[in-house]
Design a protein around this ligand. Structure first.
Ligand SMILES: [Zn+2]
Length: 103
């Protein structure tokens, strides 16, 4: 009994360390690793940050075309970055999602 309880506590501690982020499409909280990061660099350039390490303000999106469409309709990235987001960014995201679904 004791051993089981200890294992559960250990798992709980590990779980707490998983960084969670909110998808700008469905607004669900998900582990950061499962989301695509979109970053606005200090110079204002918006790009997809596949490594998750680029400097700047980040927004997160599920690797899901449905979430991308929601984000696009709601102009969620414009809200996240407090400025206009070019359509190319959404197109680039869509391209990335399609590339991922092939893999
Ligand atoms: Zn989502």
């Amino acid at each position: 009994m004791h051993a089981v309880r200890k294992t559960r506590e250990a798992n709980a501690i590990v779980h707490k360390k998983i960084p969670m982020r909110q998808c700008v499409g469905c607004r669900e909280m998900k582990p950061k690793k499962e989301l695509i990061r979109i970053v606005r660099a200090p110079d204002g350039a918006i790009s997809l940050d596949f490594k998750g390490k680029a400097p700047g303000r980040g927004a997160y999106l599920c690797p899901s075309a449905a979430c991308l469409q929601k984000a696009r309709k709601a102009k969620a990235l414009s809200h996240a970055f407090e400025g206009p987001v070019p359509e190319e960014i959404y197109d680039a995201l869509l391209g990335q999602l399609e590339a991922e679904s092939d893999a």
